[in-house]
Design a protein. Sequence first.
Length: 277
Amino acid sequence: MEILPNIYQIKTGGENIPGLYAPNVFFILGTEKAVFIDTAYGQNDEINSYIKLWEEKLKPEVSAIILTHRHDDHIGGALKLNKATNGPLICGEQEIPYISKSLTGIRSLTGAKDGDKFNLGNLTLEIIETPGHTSGSICIFLHEQKILFTGDTVLGGTTTAISPGQGSMADYIDSLNKLIEYNSLYICPGHGNLINDPQKKLKNIIKQRINREDQIIKVLEKGSASAEDMFLQMYKRLDERLHQSAIGQIKSHLIKLKNEGKISTTNDVDYSIERKS
């Protein structure tokens, strides 16, 4: 479906968990070349829909198949789409070892850096390094139409998961502030619908993260607590399938607050307010 001039959104599958949207794949068509952003899970019906759209547009040269980050619901179709279109696979440099391990038989994967550009003729795409969801997550900015493609850095209708070992809450908030500077008109998220108020959305996410940290501090003001203890106090009604993700989110906040010297821990399990003498 053409959601904006030259921008096609291919929705895949359905919701596995209420409120968690299936991944989006985007096709950007220029006058000379085209780009795919993400490839979903790689099911045959998904791949067939990507190739059908590409063929309907007379098989333009695919300048890149850009993978916004390492997760299977974004890279699953990369090899099949690469084979069909001969488009080179591109990702953030820090994602290369993870994606290479996941995609058995991959022959070539090129790392992209902040500011790298892809010229499609009448359209220019720019890579933006946005660590947070994962250490090597990237977003893409379409200059002529001021559109951000955000992968899982910004989602439509739900919250981005930041898990210790994969991403960083401090980096995530820095990346959101970085995206605000682009003053975009639209956000095309990795899951969910088109976002037509990007600045408000980005600022609200930052506000939500700050509010969550305030909640954590208030819990710790009552006494030391673990992430699991905090979860029971802070998430009253949450689908059971999301419990571990929520606990991981709390742990990411705890790491950030500890690094800022606001809280302390002696065993990396129980946390308390850092009392200044």
